[in-house]
Ligand binder design. Sequence first.
Ligand SMILES: Cc1ncc(COP(=O)(O)O)c(C=O)c1O
Length: 395
Amino acid sequence: MISQLYRDMLKTKSVIRQLSEYATRRGNEIGYENVFDFSLGNPYVPVPGTYSDAVIRLHETLPSSALHGYSPTLGHPVYKKKVAESLTERFGIPYTPELIFPTSGAAAALAHAFRAVVLPGEEILTFAPYFSEYDQYVNLTGAVLRAVPADTETFQINFRAFEEMLNENTAAVLINTPNNPSGIVYSEETIKHLADILRERQERFGHEIFLISDEPYREIVFDGKTAPCIAAFYDNTITCYSFSKSLSLPGERIGYAAVSPRCSHADELVPMMGQISRGIGHNCPSSTIQLAVSEVINETADMSVYEANMNLLYDKLTELGFTCVRPGGTFYIFPKALEQDSVAFCKKALQYDLIMVPGDGFGTPGYFRMAYCIATEKVQRSLAALERFVMAEYR
Ligand SMILES: Cc1ncc(COP(=O)(O)O)c(C=O)c1O
């Protein structure tokens, strides 16, 4: 008999991936340069040359076993040390290599964090709008994901609803800032208030509530600002990071989970993640990639492209009358659709070769996401298509 669980998942295939596949097919018909593909968060900006140089140098100098052998269960010591040093230097929190668990991207970091601190049947609370894959990530752990409704005025946290939903069965809270899909960066005020509420509830319920902070967009922040460091505000924090976006390395599948030195059971959690990786088969990320990333740990790809793209889109969207909270980071923007049904709205946009994702899968129907990690020249050309679409369908 085949698995009904995974068979059922065929009915909930990723809308983002389906739209991305459509964009590729349409590109084969009319030329991909004519398709305004805002579907997938797959960075267009090239990796820094220093990363490619490091890969070449490693291949020229290291023996085969060091490059291609299994990495240790708890990660390559060089990578763990570099990550810990970088976090300590940047955020003033004394991370040690023992608190860093290398993973295949943020997805695997989350998979390990959930399993380490949440039991099947317990709840993880997150905040709409949220990354659509969270449903799958959590469902397969046996835990239950519940989404706090969005504060659509600001896309900061809807604290009234959050406090109502927090309960004794809440084992973890999952946040993502800078946020996919809204592009919003939580303010220090928001994070402080969240931490205060969590500390008070931990006391009241007599157990930990872990904060799992999903931060693949930490480095993509606009207006010369930096994103507040979540672990600085709340001790029971596990940070899930990825170099997919900051170094444009999604194909290499490299990231980490970092356990705060002030977290309960801090010394046990990374060894436990080593055991979890045995169970879920997401173990031992590539040795070469861990070593290469170690050499460029504090670098990023050219993030300025995303700010330029955001400004072009934000200005055009507001000029066309869209309600839209200005993103503080990431490469996403999340405007309100011009009709209630955002699925119908995005379907109509396809006729103008605008590929955009309805907000329904992000827990916020009525909105839509544009991923602008594409060439600025293409964003510029898309503006006329956006205008034609709006004028023809909604004026
Ligand atoms: C919010 C968020 N979390 C996690 C991930 C997964 O990241 P990775 O590709 O590094 O596994 C993504 C990818 O787009 C994301 O947007």
